[in-house]
Ligand binder design. Structure first.
Ligand code: URA
Length: 233
């Protein structure tokens, strides 16, 4: 297996970033610095690969997981302040997983985790523009003009959002349930979009990423993605 793929599969980074590390002389194979980009690693065992002086485990079996993130868990692999992280919820899944992108602490719903650095890089890269679908409970007066602004793009603090699909799913007495489909993922984007038109998101759930749906996965539970889902992403 190519050295860059071996590093990416160990969950260290993407293949492209692995190439940069190799070219920079930061990778050793069995004690020797390797700067050759096409270098092949013998997977039969017995090779020790180090990145920046840290030994990395042989290529792990790739895993792709969908988690229904409950409120109050933060999307990170470790937290120095000791807060609960999503990793606690997937400890039974095995492997060195990490989250693909992030959801805010109060946001619930679909979060993907993997140990495949290439996959995570592709999914979070802006040029891939994967559609993310959210259900937002929104308070504050909504008007046709505000809906048009949300759909066309609003300034969320130095950044104007790209065209979005915004549909009212249900109008209650005190709040609206709104489906939001965006192709980008700026920090707290959905909350900031509604704030930009004078409304407030009181609950936010991500229901799909591309064709991968949250479905009836219970909060705090995870499932493996099917190979068809992985291929679709
Ligand atoms: N938009 C938000 O406001 N929060 C999230 O977690 C994701 C999208």
């Amino acid at each position: 297996m190519r050295l860059n793929k071996y590093i990416a599969h160990a969950g260290i980074t993407s293949r492209r970033k692995a190439d940069e590390l190799i070219a920079a002389g930061k990778v050793r194979v069995s004690g020797r610095v390797v700067t050759e980009l096409g270098f092949d690693v013998d997977e039969g065992g017995g090779v020790a690969v180090e990145v920046d002086g840290q030994p990395i485990l042989p290529a792990a079996k790739l895993s792709y997981i969908a988690l229904n993130k409950p409120k109050g868990y933060i999307t990170t692999t470790s937290d120095e302040r000791g807060r609960a992280t999503v990793m606690e919820l997937v400890s039974g899944a095995g492997g060195r997983l990490f989250p693909v992108g992030r959801l805010d602490g109060p946001t619930t719903g679909l979060l993907l985790l993997t140990n495949d650095g290439d996959f995570a890089y592709r999914l979070t890269h802006p040029k891939h523009e994967l559609v993310k679908t959210y259900l937002a409970r929104v308070t504050g007066a909504m008007t046709e003009a505000k809906l048009r602004r949300l759909r066309n793009g609003v300034d969320i603090g130095g950044y104007v959002t790209k065209p979005a699909v915004i549909e009212i799913v249900k109008a209650g007495e005190h709040s609206l349930l709104v489906e939001v489909r965006i192709h980008e993922g700026k920090n707290r984007q959905v909350r900031k979009m509604f704030a930009a038109v004078g409304c407030r998101v009181t609950e936010l759930e991500r229901t799909a990423i591309g064709d991968v749906r949250l479905g009836n996965l219970l909060p705090g539970h995870w499932r493996k993605l099917t190979s068809r889902e992985v291929a679709s992403l």
